[in-house]
Design a protein around this ligand. Structure first.
Ligand code: BG6
Length: 475
């Protein structure tokens, strides 16, 4: 194995840490954040000693919080094995009360107690697993109570809800933290296959030469989901697919595809390469955007019966760099669609030469971001036999088939980075400022989303965006 990473060659565990988890009894913590902590504990990747203080408005007894964490792990994994659980559960605390509304006493006392146990130098890490509207007030309170000094703060996406809201939040956050303390995460960047978007390209001659408009005719970043909005109606109805997935995950993935070669694969250089290409994203043209809402969405409990929130978006993004000028980046995502997939496909231009009219899906490099990730190469080859017939052939590389593979789920990977102070997958305010500018024409739209049937590929109007090739996954 060729070990490129500095951090993985270090066997030393990071220093003791105190995690404060805001929104500890919420949906995101239950599904993603608490399982990520436990995964790191099982793999021996947490600091040698640590405390996790759950913060939430309710007055929950400590034992109930511990039971809640156990229940979350049973429901969303990983299975809490007794050996890990014992040490893990002993390090959990709950500090209830309205932190922004005068009820901060319990949290401050819990932090003091953890410092008494672990030493005053224990690294304080705030994790804000709360809706974007609450980021500002919680940040201000962290500063007011002196919990910002030397701390790290992890912000979930979306960081802002519009260009103006982003600017206001950025100001608040930088009034309390230095940029070096801020970890804005986007879990799509923590997916193994997303990271292969830059590794495959910069480490292989086969791909480095074809990664541009001369060889690629279109890029499709397609993330349909069969899932509905389950028990997240309140969050979702205020957020919608555009903020939930496009401005956040899909734009970050587009930047991973489009970035120029970084100076090196060091964290700062990688981050800089991803962020600077975002400045070349052209503001979206509303004519190139289709918004949809699945039939029945407005009947979901917690959704407004008049809701105009979109549950589906298809958009054509242009990247005005010398490398990508003229190549459409097609983005699509939606709830209650026909299939669940997360895939990034580079559709290659037909080569000049004797074969004309080859199928467009015959020359494709595809990255499956779901699960543990896979890279597929689809190529045209001679069908063995006496004739000269061509047929599509696929070579599949599941990432777990690579020797030594020990994949971490994306949230665990990002949390590991935070604990170790690695910022390579952290988003930066300069890139985000531009992303919000790109998104604003769609946010300004007062357009009723088009209806689509659950189980379909979304509104047919989106077919036009992907013409002449069509969407590779369907419709
Ligand atoms: C989340 C969105 O960030 O990403 C969800 O809020 C979406 O709506 C999810 O379903 C998809 O990511 P994953 O990792 O669950 O495949």
């Amino acid at each position: 194995m060729y070990n490129w990473s500095v951090k993985q060659s270090s066997a030393r565990r990071p220093p003791a840490a105190i995690f404060v988890l805001f929104g500890a009894t919420g949906d995101l913590a239950k599904r993603m954040v608490l399982p990520a902590f436990f995964t790191l504990a099982q793999r021996g990747l947490l600091p040698a000693d640590w405390r996790l203080i759950g913060s939430g408005r309710g007055e929950i007894a400590h034992e109930h919080f511990v039971a809640h964490v156990h229940q979350s792990l049973q429901e969303f994994g990983p299975e809490p094995d007794a050996a890990t659980w014992t040490g893990f559960s002993e390090r959990l605390r709950f500090a209830g009360g309205d932190f922004t509304g005068g009820g901060h006493g319990a949290l401050l006392a819990a932090v003091d107690e953890a410092r008494a146990d672990l030493g005053a130098n224990a690294q304080l890490i705030h994790y804000l697993a709360i809706p974007p509207q609450a980021f500002g007030p919680i940040t201000v309170s962290i500063g007011d109570h002196g919990l910002n000094a030397g701390a790290r703060a992890v912000y979930e996406k979306p960081f802002g809800t519009s260009q103006a809201a982003f600017r206001a939040l950025d100001k608040v956050v930088h009034g309390v933290f230095d940029e070096s303390q801020v970890y804005r995460i986007d879990h799509f960047l923590g997916k193994e296959a997303t990271q292969d978007l830059h590794v495959l390209r910069f480490a292989n001659g086969l791909f480095s030469g074809m990664w541009d408009r001369h060889s690629v005719r279109a890029v499709q970043i397609d993330c349909p989901e069969t899932l509905g909005i389950a028990d997240r109606a309140d969050f979702y109805d205020h957020t919608g697919a555009f903020l939930d997935m496009v401005v956040t995950h899909l734009f970050q993935v587009a930047a991973e595809v489009a970035m120029e070669p970084p100076v090196s694969l060091e964290p700062g250089h990688l981050q800089a390469a991803r962020e600077s290409i975002m400045r070349k994203f052209r503001p979206l043209d509303p004519a190139d955007v289709v918004l949809g809402q699945y039939d029945g969405y407005r009947k979901v409990a917690g959704v407004s019966p008049q809701s105009r929130t979109e549950t589906y978006v298809a958009a054509k993004l242009w990247v005005d760099s010398a490398r990508w000028r003229g190549v459409p980046f097609l983005l699509r995502t939606g709830k209650r669609m026909h299939q669940t997939h997360q895939s990034v496909s580079l559709l290659l231009s037909p080569p000049a030469g004797p074969f004309r009219g080859l199928p467009v899906d015959g020359n494709v490099v595809r990255f499956a971001l779901d699960g543990t990730g896979e890279i597929d190469l689809r190529m045209m080859a001679k069908v063995p036999g006496v004739g000269l017939e061509l047929g599509p052939a696929t070579a599949k590389v599941p990432l777990t088939s690579i020797g030594g593979a020990a994949p971490l789920p994306p949230y665990a990977r990002l949390l590991h980075d935070v604990v170790n102070g690695d910022r390579s997958l952290v988003t930066r305010p300069d890139g985000l400022a531009h992303v919000w500018k790109v998104a604003q024409p769609v946010l300004d739209l007062d357009r009723k989303p088009l209806a689509y049937a659950p189980g379909s590929w979304g509104p047919v109007a989106a077919k036009r965006l992907a013409a002449p090739d069509g969407w590779l996954l369907g419709q």
